[in-house]
Design a protein around this ligand. Structure first.
Ligand code: AHR
Length: 513
């Protein structure tokens, strides 16, 4: 048995929960769009071809904002290919994923789907093969009210009212040698600056995300952010971060500590952005958009290896199965800790998108002409998206530690917490990284009087199973949430015991004390 003592205080808050932290990502990659969210002819498809079974799960997941259409895909994409009558849209080669893109699904379909899903659109533009002109054109097409060629074309294509897309990404992973149209930091910084300027001239109300590093192991990490932000500081609002984690060679201990790396990554980018602010004598702060994160079992990350995987089948196909990872119990616990890291940094991380939404490294799986179901990682995301509202609480955590090869001494218990004054609910999101032992947790609730435990749930290894258990088409609910027994909350004290390798949520009804 390990132990952790957590102290929180009603007056010690980090800021309001940025609801855009619970974002997701739909890329034209593999089966995310085709046979994922869109499958005309499926028994559950509506008149637009949107799968209702998938839509129901997306709503249950609680995603708030969805990035689209890529990813690496966007760096070779012509947005104009995806508008107008479907029968006259071109079939094209997508070099990023060695796929045939039919363009049956494009901007109008995505906006329609987003409205049905109740999510905000986050649109990425192509700064790989295209530039300033295409950037300003898509903003005019999407957001200008009417009376110009492009805005009238939108109306002719079925949407008289502007889409009013607020959030735009200036390209994708432009630091990566694998990216079509890869650029140096100066090349990217300049084109991003000019594209941003031109886009804002069309619609001054938009918010813009500049590309940061593809991950913190990139040789240019740090210097890239510094150069890019030096060029773009005045015209962008956010800088992006991407990170994927996986268990290497059975080292579960290090994998479970992945959030330590996420903390480091976030804090490094904040420091770099603030250094550019100081040097440039700027007033505003640049915030962070962690617009790709997840667990992803990659065999390699270098260009050659990626391309070898993608082109392995040799043929150019429509929506092939790509990176459809099956997530287990350990992965769900790690995802819970990554969400904790994002939430704990909610003063600067204002947007985050789990990559991706359906089939491609996703919380939701679907089969062509078949069912859709929740992966293990669905559960921590859905609960946090539902319950993390109001203020993020600043925590003091005194946890027993464990040693792991990558991060050294790490807390066994990982936690984040929010308090919503309007609803009177306090929510704690806890993970026990211990593979063998349960963790006894005591929480001092300063400034609160706990009246009732409203909800206590846990995701853990089911009896008789192991940590590699996944949800499958034939066992869709093998891993899920169950009641966490024995949680006691009274006055200013909460006690709970977390099973070994588990993720838990505890929601309390509290009064101010
Ligand atoms: O999400 C899968 C891919 O990972 C994205 O296309 C790319 O941006 C990242 O490398």
């Amino acid at each position: 048995m390990s132990r952790a003592r957590i102290t929180l205080d009603r007056d010690f808050t980090i800021g309001e929960v940025p609801r855009r932290l619970f974002g997701s990502f739909v890329e034209h990659m593999g089966r995310c769009v085709y046979t994922g969210i869109y499958e005309p002819g499926h028994p559950e498809a509506d008149e637009h071809g949107f799968r209702q079974d998938v839509l129901r799960l997306v709503k249950e997941l609680g995603a708030t904002v969805v990035r689209y259409p890529g990813g690496n895909f966007v760096s070779g994409y012509n947005w104009e290919d995806g508008i107008g009558p479907q029968e006259s849209r071109p079939r094209r080669i997508d070099g990023a994923w060695h796929t045939i893109e039919t363009n049956a699904f494009g901007l109008h379909e995505f906006v329609d789907w987003s409205r049905k899903a109740g999510v905000e659109v986050m649109e990425a533009i192509n700064l790989g093969t295209r530039g300033v002109d295409a950037a300003r054109s898509i903003v005019e097409y999407a957001n200008h009210p009417g009376g110009t060629e492009l805005s009238d074309l939108r109306a002719k294509n079925g949407h008289k009212d502007p889409f009013n897309i607020k959030l735009w990404c200036l390209g994708n992973e432009m630091d990566g040698p694998w990216q079509i149209g890869h650029k140096t930091a100066d090349e990217y910084g300049r084109i991003a600056q000019e594209a941003a300027k031109a886009m804002r001239l069309v619609d001054p109300g938009i918010e813009l995300v500049a590309c940061g590093s593809s991950n913190s192991r990139m040789p240019t990490f740090g210097a890239w952010e510094q150069t890019v932000l030096t060029h773009t500081y005045d015209v962008v609002d956010y800088v992006s971060l991407h990170a994927y984690y996986q268990e290497h060679n059975g080292d579960a201990e290090s994998f479970l500590a992945s959030a330590v790396d996420m903390d480091y990554f976030i804090e490094s980018v904040v420091a770099t952005a603030d250094a550019v602010r100081a040097k440039g004598k700027h007033k505003k702060h640049i915030n962070l958009s962690f617009d790709e994160w997840n667990v992803w079992y990659q065999r390699g990350r270098d260009t050659e290896d990626q391309l070898a995987q993608i082109t392995a089948a040799g043929k150019w196909r429509e929506h092939p199965r790509l990176i459809e990872d099956n997530y287990n119990v350990t992965d769900a616990v790690v995802v819970g800790t990554l969400l904790n890291s994002l939430l704990r940094h909610g003063d600067r991380v204002k947007i985050a998108n789990q990559a991706q939404l359906v089939n491609v490294i996703a919380p939701i799986l679907s089969e062509e002409n078949g069912p859709a179901w929740r992966q293990t990682i669905f559960h921590p995301f859905a609960r946090m998206a539902e319950l993390a509202t109001g203020q993020i609480l600043r925590l003091s955590v005194d946890s027993d530690q464990y040693d792991n090869a990558r991060f050294g001494s790490t807390d066994l218990v990982d936690v984040s917490a929010t308090w919503n004054e309007e609803t009177g609910r306090l929510a704690l999101f806890l993970a026990n990284r211990g593979l063998e032992d349960a963790a006894d947790v005591e929480v001092a609730l300063r400034g609160f009087d706990a009246r009732q435990v409203v909800r206590a749930e846990v995701l853990q290894v089911p009896d008789g199973k192991d940590r590699f258990l996944t949800n499958t088409e034939s066992g869709q609910n093998s891993v899920g949430l169950q009641a966490l027994d024995g949680v006691k909350a009274e006055g200013g004290e909460l006690r709970a015991s977390l099973p070994a390798l588990s993720w838990a949520v505890i929601e309390l009804d509290v009064a101010k004390n």
